[in-house]
Design a protein around this ligand. Structure first.
Ligand SMILES: O=c1ccn([C@@H]2O[C@H](COP(=O)(O)O)[C@@H](O)[C@H]2O)c(=O)[nH]1
Length: 240
């Protein structure tokens, strides 16, 4: 698989989501991210509908609870056949391990186990917020790295972080450990509520495994054009 670009389908209504998807070319195998907003409204059915149409799904529910609850929830999610899903790394190693066990136990025989990604520090968190509101004694880069190691030790397949942190820590992890990075903003696009951003090209150069892009595509006047431009910057130099 080429390095994926997940389009974040952050809509309040599935009609809008389908309208958006139907105007894109080359829909087969497209990578999409479904988050809490859609899942809490439409439930597992929306995942099955997208899956039946051939979309590769990143189900981003950011589980964060006691290990038993997370394990049982992950067990349920595994049956949906998504490509990957998320927990918060701050839930601790025992919780991440429990999520992994739930995914393995809940995956139907012969199907791939969904990849488990641990969210380190949300890309909306700045150095100031980390220090003054989360009262963290580490700087952002070190905190993300520490959470990444913790996640790997607990059995996660990868992490969510900003593209800005990837370069400095990538060499400390196995080649197949995934660095999935939201906080993607094309040059001259506004940051919105994101604090730690980079362009698709910078994410590629820094070593991101996959990128997640929402508003710069979904809110664009011409979503197909925006998608193609972002994809071009992200996949430059990829073997054809
Ligand atoms: O640290 C994180 C974790 C998840 N996200 C999600 O990615 C998309 C980004 O959307 P944009 O519109 O491109 O900002 C969104 O669904 C977030 O929930 C993140 O941004 N940061």
């Amino acid at each position: 698989m080429n390095k994926p670009l997940f389009i974040a389908l952050d809509y309040d209504d599935q009609e809008k989501m389908w309208l958006f998807l139907n105007q894109l070319k080359d829909k087969q195998g497209l990578h999409v991210k479904l988050g809490m907003e859609m899942f809490y409204q439409y439930g597992p059915e929306i995942v099955r509908d997208l899956s039946a149409k051939g979309y590769q799904i990143f189900l981003d529910l950011k589980l964060h609870d006691i290990p038993n609850t997370v394990k049982r929830t992950a067990h349920q999610l595994a049956a949906l056949g998504v490509y990957c899903t998320t927990v918060h790394a701050l839930g601790g190693k025992q919780m991440i391990q429990a999520a992994k066990e739930g995914l393995i136990e809940g995956t139907p025989a012969g199907k791939p186990v969904p990849k488990l990604l641990a969210v380190t520090e949300l890309t909306s968190i700045s150095e100031e917020v980390l220090k003054n509101e989360q009262h963290c004694s580490l700087n952002l880069a070190d905190e993300v790295k520490s959470l990444a190691h913790q996640a790997q030790e607990a059995g996660a397949d990868g992490i969510i972080c900003s593209p800005l942190e990837v370069k400095a820590m990538k060499s400390e992890f196995n080649d197949d450990f995934m660095f999935v990075t939201p906080g993607i903003r094309p040059k001259s696009y506004q940051k919105d509520d994101q604090a730690r951003v980079a362009t698709p090209g910078q994410a590629r150069e820094n070593g991101s495994t996959a990128i997640v892009v929402g508003r710069p595509i979904t809110q664009a006047a011409d979503p197909q054009k925006a998608y193609e431009e972002i994809l071009k910057d992200w996949s430059k130099n990829d073997a054809k």
